[in-house]
Design a protein around this ligand. Structure first.
Ligand SMILES: Cc1cc2nc3c(=O)[nH]c(=O)nc-3n(C[C@H](O)[C@H](O)[C@H](O)COP(=O)(O)OP(=O)(O)OC[C@H]3O[C@@H](n4cnc5c(N)ncnc54)[C@H](O)[C@@H]3O)c2cc1C
Length: 338
């Protein structure tokens, strides 16, 4: 079934809580609904379009003069299993953290470090979500969806998804053309825990023995202590990506600022903690109108009340310009501006 709304408020559909209006808003329960809808409403087929999950990585700076498509496709199904691993197909409309909790409960490992990340399954391969040393690309074996150019179903195996740091084929080349309808994840029955992240082992020990449930508990506790809950304070998590610089530039930074957090990533490149740069530039807790830099995590911009998307964007630009002037490092947005 599909449901079409005109002039639909997106305030409850994005975690910044921005009151943008979508000209058309379509919610669908299956890919067949989408095809039926376009066969009936050919005039809407020509409009620009946005696929929308939980809106936890988007910043609306204007009303949306096109079609917002919100897949509510459900289902969690084990499609293959042997003694080493299990493959599970999950519908695009399922909440990511619901699936993480479900897998941990089953004793299947690979995504426990990605606990409590907001959003729906459909966006997981688009964003290649990541946290605590893991990214989704390491557990995705297939992405299924509809190509809106031809209205045909298509499948991509992991190699074809062109995964990168918080990006993929679906976010770049196939943006606005490929709607993810389900994702197949391969989880392990023999866990290989990734717990090297600073502070994680201590937190796990606080909950007891090393197992999937305690890793999930520890990750949730750490995240809750640092990140604002979008249900209470509007935000979209990390506003900027951690910038990559050459090793030479990293060495220069280390000489000037011995405490700067740097993470070598190979190929002569180093990741710099964007939150550190913003904090060092003095922006932690600073506000501009109703937009502010979070006082516990400088990488997060919050909506303190009725901020407009433009207000949030302007604050982010001021921060990025200042960081560039001070450190000669360009901050790239992780949040997508619409
Ligand atoms: C408090 C907080 C903490 C966060 N922490 C993390 C973190 O640790 N790691 C991390 O990686 N991210 C994090 N995020 C960002 C966000 O949760 C992820 O990017 C998430 O995957 C977005 O899911 P969503 O359903 O909200 O997607 P949306 O914001 O609705 O959309 C994101 C992008 O995916 C596209 N999209 C959505 N659904 C589909 C679909 N079915 N088919 C095709 N394209 C689609 C959209 O068009 C858009 O380009 C955090 C956000 C918040 C608010």
């Amino acid at each position: 079934m599909y449901r079409l709304f005109n002039n639909f408020s997106l305030k409850e559909s994005n975690t910044f809580g921005i009151n943008a209006i979508a000209k058309h808003y379509l919610s669908i329960d299956s890919s067949i609904d989408l095809i039926q809808f376009f066969n009936k409403h050919t005039e809407i087929f020509l409009e620009k379009r946005l696929f929308l999950g939980a809106g936890s990585n988007l910043l609306f700076i204007h009303d949306y003069e096109g079609l917002v498509i919100h897949p509510e496709i459900g289902g969690i199904e084990v499609i293959f299993e042997n003694k080493y691993f299990v493959e599970i197909e999950v519908g695009a409309g399922i909440k990511w953290d619901y699936f993480v909790a479900w897998s941990v409960e089953k004793g299947w490992s690979g995504i426990e470090n990605l606990s409590l990340i907001p959003g729906n399954i459909g966006a997981v391969p688009v964003q290649n979500i990541g946290a605590y040393g893991i990214d989704a690309a390491s557990v995705i074996s297939e992405v299924k969806g509809v190509d809106l150019a031809t209205l045909e179903n298509k499948y991509f195996n992991r190699e074809a998804c062109e995964f990168g740091y918080r990006t993929s084929l679906f976010k770049e080349k196939l943006k606005e053309t490929f709607m993810v309808t389900s994702v197949v994840f391969r989880l392990s029955k023999h866990p290989d825990f990734k717990i090297q992240y600073e502070g994680l082992q201590d937190k796990i020990a606080h909950f007891g023995e090393l197992n999937l449930k305690n890793i999930r508990r520890a990750i949730i506790a750490i995240r809750e202590s640092k990140l604002p809950d979008p249900a209470k304070v509007g935000n979209a998590g990390s506003f900027f990506k951690n910038p990559l610089v050459t090793e030479e530039m990293g060495k220069k930074m280390r000489n000037l600022y011995p405490e700067v957090p740097l993470y070598p990533i190979g190929s002569g490149m180093v990741k710099v903690a964007a939150g550190w740069l913003i904090e060092k530039a003095g922006w932690k807790g600073k506000s501009a109108g109703e937009a502010a830099i979070h006082d516990k995590q400088s990488l997060v911009i919050i909506n303190q009340g009725d901020a407009t998307g433009m207000e949030i964007l302007r604050l982010s630009e001021m921060v990025a310009e200042d960081v560039f002037t001070r450190f000669n490092i360009h901050l790239e947005r992780e949040v997508q501006v619409v």
